[in-house]
Design a protein around this ligand. Structure first.
Ligand SMILES: [Zn+2]
Length: 351
């Protein structure tokens, strides 16, 4: 679960990289957009992530460019780490004024459709969440932000979809795409091999643990991705990279991604123990009930984040045989089988 962080990072240049933070209406604070400045004699200007689609964010972005004698209108290529509103919100407006191309992962559309679902889809999602102990009213409350999404986010088409291991050609600054799903299905990080720098999106954040959002199956009865397990597979994929500096979407530039990931794993293990204790004390529970015990103060206001967090951990425990699943009146219940000791879930990664 993220905790709110106040950030006041300024516009800052790191070699060819320019960081422009812009404000968001979310607890996470500012989002960092990154600009790859052109080589001398070139007019290639690349932007990574856009900020939310508000006039305020637009003005911050434009002011950041202006400080270095550029303008949003000069952008030639927009790259997306993923399709969340704070990363993609200005994309169509930027394309309108600059004529740039927009590239993102091929899974972008699954997230975009999730923001603005059809009536039919909403019915399916309600039924799906009922299976975790959610009432229809809770669903409505969990998604009451959707109206607001329309104000800060305008979906638009991608000009190119990239895949894991694709290379984005930039003069003297090629970026390798590493697909790192978990926080969301389309999340990627960008790796600049010569300078050993990485743009980590929301995959690696120095001040908060990335939330791994609950996956809604594409159709009723279809398989659901275990997003927290998927997140750690992605994190393990990044561990071997010999990175000098990491540029995250939220928070300041940092260096030691291995220490950061080790810290995430420790906090996940601590939460698994907490869930074990809850199940030991109260017996068989629905995921929703686990959420109430695990987050007694915030569950009501953060239903989607809480159910995502709970299911991520229960999935990890189930996959490793620490809990069993039981269906009672079409609602899934979890029962503790054995307590996961530290080191039981995460295996060391060699590099
Ligand atoms: Zn995100």
């Amino acid at each position: 679960m993220s905790s709110a962080v106040e950030q006041t990072l300024g516009v800052k240049r790191f070699g060819r990289i320019l960081r422009i933070p812009t404000p968001t209406p979310f607890g996470v604070g500012d989002i960092n957009s990154y600009v790859i400045l052109p080589e001398p004699g070139s007019d290639e200007l690349v932007l990574i992530d856009t900020g939310v689609g508000t006039d305020e964010a637009w003005q911050f972005l434009q002011a950041g460019f202006n400080e270095y004698d550029y303008a949003i209108e000069d952008i030639t290529l927009l790259l997306l780490t993923h399709a969340h509103t704070d990363h993609f919100g200005q994309a169509s407006r930027i394309r309108d004024v600059s004529g740039c191309e927009i590239w993102g992962h091929e899974n972008v559309y699954s997230t975009v459709e999730g923001f603005l679902p059809s009536e039919e889809r909403i019915k399916e999602e309600k039924a799906f969440l009922r299976g975790f102990g959610f009432s229809a009213e809770m669903y409505d409350k969990a998604y009451d932000y959707r109206e607001f999404i329309g104000e800060i986010y305008k979906p638009c088409k991608l000009d190119r979809e990239f895949k894991d291991n694709d290379v984005v050609p930039i003069n003297g600054f090629d970026l390798k795409v590493i697909h790192t799903p978990g926080h969301c299905p389309e999340e990627v990080v960008f790796w600049q091999v010569e300078s050993r720098q990485m743009f980590s999106g929301d995959h690696l954040l120095p001040d908060v643990t990335p939330v791994c959002l609950l996956d809604f199956p594409a159709s009723p009865g279809a398989e659901r991705t275990h997003t927290l397990s998927q997140y750690y597979q992605s994190a393990d994929k990044v561990i071997p990279y010999d990175i000098s500096h990491i540029y995250p979407s939220h928070g300041d530039v940092f260096e030691d991604h291995r220490a950061l990931i080790a810290g995430y794993k420790l906090s996940t293990e601590r939460r698994l123990l907490k869930i074990s204790k809850i199940l030991e004390q109260y017996g068989m529970l629905t995921p929703f009930e686990v959420g109430q015990y695990l987050f007694p103060k915030v569950w009501e206001d953060q239903l989607y984040a809480v159910i995502s967090e709970v299911m991520g951990h229960l999935d990890l425990m189930f996959d490793e045989g620490f809990v069993t699943m039981h269906e009672v009146e079409s609602v899934v219940h979890y029962k503790l089988h054995r307590v996961p000791r530290p080191g039981a879930i995460f295996k060391p990664v060699s590099y």
